[in-house]
Design a protein. Structure first.
Length: 172
């Protein structure tokens, strides 16, 4: 039996205002230019390389990001962070996904990762998230969960920027 998500606002990171009653995180950064940069970023996002490069163990993940896929990445070897991919964005100029928290996750909420390419070739990466503590222990952390969110978001941005602009070695 499939475990239910731990929050009711499923898909709220897709567009529009984020729901009230949660902490919000938003980042919109330039990755570079051109279709090659866009394609590299999308591939690194969907095959979980961005997560690995940001410090997550995603060895338990089976396959690329797809709607309904349950994932349990571990950050810095800690407890699994249980999530489910709740939607996928699949347009020629915009690709990404959002995942939401499952029971056992320290927070309740959703996070989205979207890469876009503008008509002028500019490639951008956007992260949108909303969350709140799922347990009294996390609530006792005060500002710590927000600091952790910013730290992890910075790592995602750095990882995807490097993965999308690095030269791919040519095969002999």
């Amino acid at each position: 039996m499939e475990k239910p998500l731990t929050y009711p606002e499923v898909g709220a990171t897709r567009e529009g205002p984020l729901p009230a009653g949660y902490a919000h995180a938003f980042r919109d950064v330039r990755l570079g230019e051109g279709r090659t940069t866009f394609d590299r970023a999308v591939e690194a996002l969907f095959d979980w390389r961005m997560h690995r490069a940001a410090g997550f163990d995603v060895s338990s993940v089976r396959g690329p990001a797809a709607e309904g896929l349950d994932v349990a990445p571990r950050f810095l070897g800690l407890l699994p962070i249980r999530c489910r991919v709740v939607y996928v964005v699949d347009r020629p100029d915009r690709r990404g996904f959002g995942y939401g928290t499952l029971p056992g996750h320290p927070e309740r909420g959703e996070e989205a990762f979207v890469v876009s390419i503008a008509p002028d070739g500019e490639v951008r990466f956007q992260i949108r998230a909303f969350s709140r503590p799922a347990s009294p222990l996390v609530r006792l952390g005060g500002p710590v969960p927000g600091l952790v969110q910013r730290y992890v978001t910075d790592r995602y941005v750095k990882a995807l920027r490097e993965l999308s602009t690095a030269e791919v070695p040519k095969r002999p």
